[in-house]
Design a protein around this ligand. Structure first.
Ligand code: PXP
Length: 251
């Protein structure tokens, strides 16, 4: 039987909600702790150049306070390399980053950006950080990732998930075939295979069936779903607080 598939929980969007008000609530580190207590195998966070969600202090606190491996998503820049060498996450997942994008839109251009990636992969690897490259499931990108000496590739599942969400069964089947062949090729190259982006319960269940997949990194769906699952209890707690206040005032 294939081994277990680890779940890395991406907490970026807890920080998105926090930052919408500029305060400290909700605290992404508190949610990381709850995720860990509930069985998350790792915590993933993307420190973007513009700090739109996760901030430097969040990363430092996750490292200090959370007893789970940290997978730091980062662009291959000098600034992020310096931070990663200081923080020493268990893994660093190199992603492409454009300021205007809403989320990471595609995989790394490993072939075209080889010169920029090579020293970053080397420095991180030399510091004992497992290097992961976020790539489209294409042969050229996978071969280049292995050639660069990455330990892991994370296959971008966004196109497949988009096709599923659009109800386009034909395109979804083609995209899933790409992921399946990519996972097989990556494993043959000796790379550990992760996957992520846009996954929900159903797509995670499907892709977990690929024997090569060792880890799934999931964020947006989990945080959105947690709001729905958690809202009824927060409403009950708030109603009780309000009622207590009234009772105290009347006593
Ligand atoms: N993996 C990588 C490399 C990502 O950039 C992201 C998005 O930050 C994810 C996984 C998680 O994607 P989602 O939030 O859609 O689950």
């Amino acid at each position: 039987m294939a081994g277990q598939v680890r779940l890395g929980v991406n907490i970026d969007h807890v920080a998105t909600v926090r930052n919408a008000r500029g305060g400290a609530h909700p605290d992404p580190v508190r949610l990381a702790r709850l995720a860990a207590d509930a069985g998350a195998d790792g915590i993933t966070a993307h420190l973007r150049e513009d700090r739109r969600h996760i901030r430097d202090a969040d990363i430092e606190r996750i490292r200090a306070e959370i007893d789970r491996p940290l997978n730091l998503e980062m662009a291959a820049t000098a600034e992020m390399l310096a931070i990663a060498l200081k923080v020493r996450p268990n893994a660093a997942c190199l992603v492409p980053e454009k300021r205007q994008e809403r989320t990471t839109e595609g995989g790394l251009d490993v072939v075209g950006q080889r010169a920029q990636l090579a020293p970053v992969v080397e420095r991180l690897g030399g510091a004992g950080v497992r290097v992961s490259l976020f790539v489209e499931p294409d042969a050229a990108a996978l071969d280049a990732a292995a050639d660069l000496g990455a330990a892991i590739v994370e296959l971008h599942t966004g196109s497949w998930c988009e096709a599923l969400a659009a109800g386009d069964a034909g395109r979804a089947a083609l995209e899933f075939d790409r992921l399946a062949s990519g996972a097989a090729r990556a494993a043959q190259l000796g790379l550990e295979v992760h996957a992520g982006h846009g996954l929900d319960y159903a797509s995670a269940e499907t892709i977990a069936g690929l024997a090569e997949i060792a880890e799934l990194n999931i964020g947006h769906f989990l945080i959105g779903e947690a709001l729905a699952v958690g809202l009824p209890e927060t409403i009950r707690t708030m109603k009780a607080a309000i009622a207590r206040g009234r009772r105290k005032a009347a006593a």
